[in-house]
Ligand binder design. Structure first.
Ligand SMILES: [Zn+2]
Length: 718
């Protein structure tokens, strides 16, 4: 399966701790000056009056964010102080529930800010982000390291058994306590001060990494004045390259870099020198010794995280960070990955042999290099599977895939219907908004999509929320999906690859997890689950993209309306296991690299990222010359700045869950409302309101198995 789309869904600093609701600041005093500029004229001042409390993007100016963020932090500090200093004995309501109600202004502004800085940033927003990121980290520390507040939380935690709480409330008490302890609430005052410093430095470095990488990726675009070097690209691709150059006021043709090591055009470019140049632009994007070089940043980040873990009493960062995950320990995660390496690399070696045979048959006279892989594998694919993307794409027009595929599947499984809302303001003209209705026609959520690539958007695809579902706060969910599909020339249709189609289903799976949220407390709502569970609903939803009843409903030619011929559809199905040795090995490489970086002890010296990477790949038996990691350390955004530190394994872990779950559907009658409703009720609506392993096992009626994953990946059998 084409899986594992770059996904940035847990980017927000607010999703890491006690959740969205808490943050709080040592910088409160300073914020009073800018907070003074904050009044009813600011669009974040009061809850939005728009449907679903949607952000009033038509009224929000760049200059509104900072005063609102500062005022939001100051307000939350006041609220938290009031709880911590209350003379009343601590109770569940006056402590735990009260905390859930704090920080509503900060949430409101931060979620909108997080959305625009990720998807539609500019220099002013970047400046605010650079300024606020460390302050927010300090704000969060101020809450978790507030000794009086922790004493109250601990008091409630200690008496939880006698409080007769409902299951969700009990979970919240245990969750809050665990988050406080994880954040260092049990440390001495001196160590708390050290931790605060490390957290601030970490946030600053993470933010510096994002800024450098965005600039490095932009500068790494391949520009040529000679169209002949682009031989092999279609007329449409060449026109897009010309348009991309014009958009940057450059002469010639420009091919922008995508997040991953491999670049999509490498599959078509016939000129080997061009392929090598583009690959090297990608591979070295952040290692040029200029202002955008990230190596010093990541070396210090790895060291700093190890120091932080040591302070908190753990042997390394991964050990600390996995305590609240489904895997629980780095050893468990590593054991899981290591077990997959032999089958995956053996399959990759077989694929390399096929490619080399093709190069030799064409008298190429060279050994396969990473920049050749996509080009020749596309030929092997054509020879073995006769699958040509240009033949396929006309059947995957974006709007059609959305309405007759993504929405259709959600209708068949869960009874949802969708209506476009042109009256809800958006942050950029390409963004679309839909109101989502439940099976009983009641409004369920708002869903935004922002699908086209822009220079001021982070790479990849992701989901996040603008308003978090909570019965306590009376909020319905507002969620959004972002992707980086090529924007067609005016008047042309947006034709997608099947990989893009899968990305749409994937991100929509996250969206469903957010939209079905039906919980009382905002901290436990929707997608706020551990990283090794969070990709389960999204990857599960990918399966429906190729489920026959769904596929036949959307795969129609954009000009003629004809259904995709059965033999072409069969070829797509057959080709799904093609190249999986390569694809899964590059993922395993990235996953192992992540764990290697984050199991460094605090005593280790500052690493040279290039040497470290080579040695880490050798240690894990993933040093294949022709399969570089999906992300090189120096541009591995997930682990350095997007909340996936020691968590990239989670994609594969979740894959075990989603393949296993889909197999359950197949074994129980497939796509039925009964199956969909049961899954929604027992999993998708539950957020983090119960132990996730128990939740999964209860729904499945047993433990998850790795067998369906090996089968769907094509790594076993066939
Ligand atoms: Zn995802």
């Amino acid at each position: 399966m084409m899986k594992l789309h770059i996904d940035r869904f847990t980017r927000s600093i607010l999703t890491t701790g006690i959740s969205v609701a808490l943050g709080a600041s040592a910088a409160a005093a300073q914020s009073e000056t800018t907070a003074a500029n904050f009044g009813p004229g600011n669009p974040f001042y009061a809850a939005s009056a728009l449907p679903f409390q949607a952000p009033p993007f038509d009224k929000i100016k760049d200059s509104d964010y900072q005063p609102a963020i500062d005022a939001g932090m100051a307000q939350q500090i006041g609220e938290v102080e009031a709880i911590a200093n209350s003379p009343a004995p601590p109770t569940f309501d006056n402590t735990i529930v009260a905390m859930e109600r704090t920080g509503q202004l900060l949430n409101r502004v931060w979620m909108a800010f997080n959305c625009v800085t990720g998807a539609n940033t500019d220099d002013d927003l970047q400046k605010v982000q650079d300024y606020e990121a460390p302050r927010l980290a300090a704000h969060q520390d101020a809450i978790y390291l507030n000794a009086r507040l922790f004493a109250r939380v601990k008091a409630v935690y200690d008496q939880r058994a006698s409080l007769h709480l409902d299951a969700e409330s009990l979970r919240l008490v245990e969750y809050d306590y665990q988050q406080f302890v994880k954040a260092g609430a049990n440390l001495s005052e001196a160590d708390k001060a050290k931790l605060k410093k490390l957290n601030e430095e970490e946030a600053t470095l993470e933010n510096a990494f994002i800024t450098k990488l965005l600039a490095a990726a932009k500068a790494g675009a391949y520009l040529t004045g000679d169209v002949k070097s682009l031989a092999g690209l279609s007329d449409a691709q060449i026109a897009a390259a010309s348009q991309a150059a014009q958009a940057r006021k450059q002469q010639g043709w420009l091919i922008p870099l995508q997040n991953t090591t491999q670049q999509p055009d490498l599959a078509y470019l016939a000129d080997r020198a061009t392929r090598q140049a583009i690959f090297e632009n990608s591979w070295n994007r952040a290692e040029k010794g200029d202002a955008n070089d990230t190596r010093a940043t990541i070396a210090r980040l790895a060291q700093l995280r190890a120091e932080k873990a040591a302070l908190l009493g753990f042997p390394n960062y991964a050990a600390w960070n996995l305590t609240d995950q489904m895997a629980k320990t780095p050893e468990a995660a590593k054991h899981f990955l290591d077990a997959l390496v032999p089958a995956s690399t053996a399959r990759a070696a077989g694929e390399a042999k096929d490619i080399q045979a093709l190069i030799d048959a064409q008298h190429g006279g060279f050994a396969v290099e990473p920049w050749d892989w996509e080009f020749y594998s596309e030929q092997v694919r054509k020879a073995k599977y006769d699958l040509d993307q240009s033949e396929i794409k006309p059947y995957f027009e974006l709007n059609n895939v959305l309405e007759n595929g993504v929405f259709y599947a959600a209708n068949q499984l869960y009874g949802l219907t969708f209506k476009e809302r042109k009256d809800i303001p958006v942050y950029q003209q390409d963004v679309r908004v839909f109101e989502v209705f439940d099976a009983d026609s009641k409004p369920l959520a708002l869903w935004y999509c922002d699908y086209y690539k822009r220079d001021n958007k982070n790479g990849g695809a992701w989901m996040d929320v603008l308003v978090n579902q909570s019965k306590l706060l009376g909020q319905l969910p507002v969620v959004f999906n972002v992707a980086n599909f090529e924007k067609p020339a005016p008047g042309e249709p947006a034709l997608l690859s099947f990989d893009d189609v899968t990305t749409m289903f994937h991100e929509f799976g996250h969206a469903l997890h957010g939209m079905f949220a039906d919980t009382k407390y905002p901290s436990l709502s929707g997608t706020q689950v551990p990283r090794d569970f969070v990709e389960f609903p999204s990857q599960f939803n990918e399966h429906w993209a190729s489920y026959p009843a769904v596929f036949q409903h959307y795969a129609h030619h954009y000009k003629t309306g004809a259904s995709m011929p059965a033999e072409l559809a069969a070829k797509i199905e057959k080709s799904k296991t093609f190249n999986q040795g390569y694809l899964f090995t590059e993922i395993l490489s990235a996953s192992e690299l992540d764990l290697e970086w984050h199991t460094l002890p605090a005593t280790a010296p500052l690493q040279n990222p290039d040497t470290f990477e080579v040695e880490a790949l050798r240690r894990t038996h993933l040093d294949l010359s022709y399969v570089p990691p999906r992300y090189r350390s120096s541009y591995f955004l997930h682990i350095w700045a997007n909340g996936y530190a020691a968590g990239y394994y989670a994609y594969s872990w979740s894959e075990m869950l989603d393949d296993d779950a889909f197999q359950w559907f197949l074994d129980h009658g497939g796509m039925t409302r009964a199956n969909g409703d049961r899954f929604r009720q027992m999993v998708l609506s539950r957020g983090n309101t119960e132990d996730l392993e128990k939740m999964y096992d209860a729904w499945l009626g047993g433990k998850p198995s790795i067998e369906p994953m090996l089968k769907f990946r094509g790594l076993k059998g066939n």
